[in-house]
Design a protein around this ligand. Structure first.
Ligand code: F6R
Ligand code: MG
Ligand code: MG
Length: 370
């Protein structure tokens, strides 16, 4: 019997601004999922938030991309949107890009990471949730977890991991995918995933095809064709045994890794690992946050969560993030704090260009040097 773990998330209204979520939204979502559990649609669930994103963590036996489960999540987001409208929360219904559900929440605004698995004798899983950044933010940490021997000791010293892993990479612009085996094809893999705005690690598998990690790859801007808020991705990682140990899964986040998505989705900033209670980005609407909830699965039951970044072991990276955040902030409107012009999700460029169109003067030709 296979079990499905689904994480479906959406920003349906922020409190205050885009910094966090109102408790009534969490309560509403909990009530709705409890009803679904009692009807037997779900085995178990956990509702939480990262920044202004409402997170539905669910287990069931209906497989990935299931219409009923996606419809359920959509209805929960709609119910929460109604509350958000009543309280006039900021950006109510922001990520529900269409008016009517059409079979699958993918492409409709919400972010989705789902995996189907045979629950092992003991099954530790970690759910990562980020706010004020986009799907590519998992590339570097997933690479470190599953392919970097300086991060993951098990790649070197555990017989069950020594063969390496297989990475599934999506080209989110061309809607194509490719698989790479590491360590053999590590350099080819890096050519692509280093460009994390376009090439996104969708999943990681063991060499014998067992799923180890899956991420959400939605890019809202590509769906809607214009800026509609940040993607704020999620990622599920299985741990221990033939997968990286919990500590190896968390270790990549001890680096103040710089991601896109801070203020107006138009600035680079360091990703700060925090406990859920601190996943409330308010300084310059950031810096970008990542939270990690660990669960032990027990016949589909979600035993937990353990709030894994709630550990003084991550104090030093949080300090470094703040130092780096200060340094980047001092750049103001200058790159590389601000994103390059054509990647900014918020821009006055067309208006300013039009206003000044007449005032640009052609320069005389450069003198030809001999
Ligand atoms: C939202 C975000 C914020 C907003 C900013 C302006 O994820 O990154 O920095 O972009 O607060 O928000 P609006 O345009 O909604 O007033
Ligand atoms: Mg928002
Ligand atoms: Mg958000």
């Amino acid at each position: 019997e296979k079990l499905t773990l689904s994480v479906i998330k959406a920003d349906v209204g922020g409190f205050v601004g885009h910094s966090a979520i109102h408790p009534d939204l969490i309560d509403t979502a909990r009530m709705a999922l409890e009803e679904a559990r009692q009807k037997g649609w779900l085995i178990d669930f956990h509702v939480t938030a990262c920044g202004d994103d409402l997170q539905l963590i669910m287990t069931h036996s209906r497989g990935v991309d299931d219409v009923e489960i996606h419809h359920l999540a959509w209805q929960v987001f709609e119910r929460c949107t109604a509350i958000a409208r009543k309280l006039k929360l900021y950006g109510a219904g922001q990520d529900l890009l269409t008016d009517a559900f059409s079979g699958n929440v993918r492409g409709m605004g919400p972010g989705v990471a789902e995996m189907e698995l045979h629950e092992r004798e003991s099954e530790p899983v970690i759910i990562f949730m980020a706010d004020k950044t986009s799907a590519g933010a998992w590339n570097l940490p997933l690479f470190r977890m599953f392919a970097d021997p300086f991060n993951t000791a098990g790649l070197v010293i555990s017989p069950s991991m020594h063969e390496g892993f297989r990475f599934e990479v999506h080209d989110v612009k061309q809607h194509k995918r490719i698989f790479f085996d590491t360590p053999a094809e590590m350099y080819d893999l890096l050519v692509f995933i280093g460009a994390s705005g376009r090439y996104v690690i969708k999943a990681v598998y063991t060499r014998d095809g067992e799923i180890g990690a899956v991420s959400s790859t939605q890019r809202l801007a590509l769906i809607a064709g214009k800026y509609v808020g940040k993607d704020d991705p999620v990622c599920i990682v299985r741990s221990q045994g033939k997968f990286p140990a919990v500590g190896e899964v968390l270790e990549p986040f001890t680096m103040p890794h710089i991601v896109e998505g801070w203020m107006r989705g138009s600035h680079y900033g360091p990703l700060m690992p925090v406990p859920v209670r601190q996943a409330t980005p308010s300084r310059f609407d950031g810096p970008p946050r990542v939270a990690a909830l660990g669960f032990q699965l027990a016949n589909g039951g979600l035993i937990g969560p353990r709030d894994l970044f709630d550990d003084p072991g991550f104090d030093e990276v949080r300090r470094q993030v703040n130092v780096l955040a200060d340094q980047l902030r001092r750049h103001g409107a200058f790159e590389p704090h601000r994103l390059p012009m054509d990647e900014m999700e918020y821009t006055t460029l067309p208006q300013v260009m039009e206003k000044l169109a007449e005032r640009w003067e052609a320069l005389p030709d450069e003198p030809v040097s001999v």
